[in-house]
Write a protein that binds this ligand. Structure first.
Ligand SMILES: Cc1cc2nc3c(=O)[nH]c(=O)nc-3n(C[C@H](O)[C@H](O)[C@H](O)COP(=O)(O)O)c2cc1C
Length: 212
């Protein structure tokens, strides 16, 4: 089948118009939590722009919007907070937290400097062990990261976070650490129950006839 080709350049379409190239969100959103010494109110920002980018040292990367482009692409409050705190936690929510994730992506410290997203979303800030930023109690996996190199890319800055610790909601199964190339994590909790975390790894094609 012939492919359709769309040209992509650097122009930003007017406000209400879509970018010409197709976009989709290929990963589980992660939640950046970061301290704010000034107000004492830590912040939360959902990010699909994240990844494990280096093994030794272990770096996670998060892409945080830094430029004012459109109603969606503005300089995040989180950007300033990351530069100030120089650390953050990267928290992985489960699908039970969809509404909370959406709310944290709607509220903004850039637009409302006093908003307390932990309070608004009913999430619990848990003090960090090796970093100043708290992590999110309700998320079963939390990586503690110290900000390393910050790579300017254009609309977003890539913050590399060196992982210095990780909380999991139980003992990770099969002696595997969460960072060893698996899309499925099993954790045995204190009460003996097993928590299974599954990340989507492959795109599935669903044809019209198979859709229900
Ligand atoms: C699921 C989801 C994923 C998002 N991914 C990113 C991202 O990778 N980078 C980014 O800069 N903003 C991303 N956003 C948008 C910010 O989370 C949103 O603008 C937020 O309100 C910014 O909050 P802040 O100003 O308090 O930092 C995402 C939002 C949602 C809901």
């Amino acid at each position: 089948m012939a492919k359709i080709y769309t040209t992509h350049d650097r122009s930003v379409p007017p406000y209400e118009e879509q970018f010409p190239t197709p976009g989709f969100l290929p990963t589980t959103p992660a939640l950046i939590s970061v301290a704010d010494e000034e107000t004492g109110i830590p912040n939360i920002m959902p990010a699909v722009g994240w990844g494990f980018l280096n093994r030794l040292p272990l770096y996670l990367g998060v892409a945080v919007s830094v430029q004012e482009h459109t109603v969606d692409y503005y300089k995040r409050g989180t950007h300033q907070l990351l530069k100030r705190a120089m650390d953050f936690a990267l928290n992985f929510p489960t699908d039970r937290l969809r509404e909370e994730v959406a709310l944290c992506g709607k509220l903004s410290r850039a637009k409302d400097p006093n908003v307390d997203k932990f309070k608004e979303a009913g999430l619990t800030p848990v003090p960090g062990k090796r970093i100043s930023s708290p992590h999110i109690g309700e998320c079963p996996i939390n990586y503690e990261c110290k900000v390393g190199p910050i790579v300017p890319m254009g609309s977003h800055d890539l913050f590399l976070g060196e992982v210095v610790g990780c909380f999991t909601d139980g003992v990770v199964g099969s002696g595997r650490s969460p960072v060893h190339g698996t899309t499925r994590l099993e954790m045995t909790r204190d009460d003996g129950t097993v928590l299974v975390i599954e990340f989507e790894s492959w795109i599935r094609e669903v044809s019209d006839s198979a859709r229900d």
